[in-house]
Write a protein that binds this ligand. Structure first.
Ligand SMILES: [Zn+2]
Length: 207
């Protein structure tokens, strides 16, 4: 039995990138959360894996039909982007703003997948079907695609983390707020304490 691994950038990378977009473009926690979720939503089409696993457990089979059929086809294109952005916009405070930036965060996810989702084998590239699931044309593929665990992806993740800390300190809210606002208060407080301690140390060294 052969199963294609879930080729995609790390969900954490997608999460940080879309949170930064959300933090810069929204002015309330609800909309910020919605735009962040848009950057994670494309990989929901990988949930077919759960269906397959249940089927396999019940029927003693080893098929990965739903996963292979839908992952990177159902929600990794313009149809998915439009549907998800509309859905999120309906729940938003500022409907149009959230639609536009959810659409953007969604597309950034697609771009990241296109750039950095190369699998373990040489020819194991991961294409984007922009008009999927309705059509397999066009199929976008980048031959220079980075490896999933390559240094490019790792560098980008570290840079995104640093950037999101900086944004959080300035804004007073961090990506933790997507899950829990009270916890976020504690987290940002700690970040600010670190920053102040660091600034103080730097000043005393310079003096
Ligand atoms: Zn993806």
């Amino acid at each position: 039995m052969f199963i294609r691994k879930a080729h995609r950038m790390s969900p954490i990378t997608h999460f940080l990138a879309s949170w930064i977009i959300a933090a810069k473009t929204t002015d309330n926690p609800r909309d910020c959360r919605l735009v962040t979720l848009a950057g994670l939503a494309p990989d929901l089409d990988g949930l077919g894996l759960a269906v397959d696993m249940v089927n396999n457990a019940l029927n003693h089979t080893s098929s990965f039909y739903y996963y292979q059929q839908y992952h990177h086809s159902l929600l990794h294109g313009v149809a998915g982007a439009t549907a998800i952005s509309l859905l999120l916009a309906v729940m938003a405070r500022q409907h149009w703003r959230v639609f536009v930036f959810a659409f953007l965060a969604f597309h950034l996810h697609l771009l990241c997948d296109l750039l950095g989702s190369r699998g373990p084998e040489a020819g194991d590239l991961w294409p984007i079907f922009y008009f999927g699931p309705f059509s397999n044309h066009p199929m976008w593929l980048w031959r220079g695609q980075w490896k999933l665990d390559g240094w490019q992806n790792q560098t980008i993740s570290v840079a995104l983390l640093a950037w999101s800390f900086r944004t959080a300190v300035a804004r007073g809210e961090s990506f933790v707020g997507v899950f829990n606002r009270r916890l976020d208060g504690v987290f940002v407080g700690t970040l600010r304490k670190w920053r102040d301690a660091f600034a103080l140390k730097w000043k005393s060294n310079a003096a």
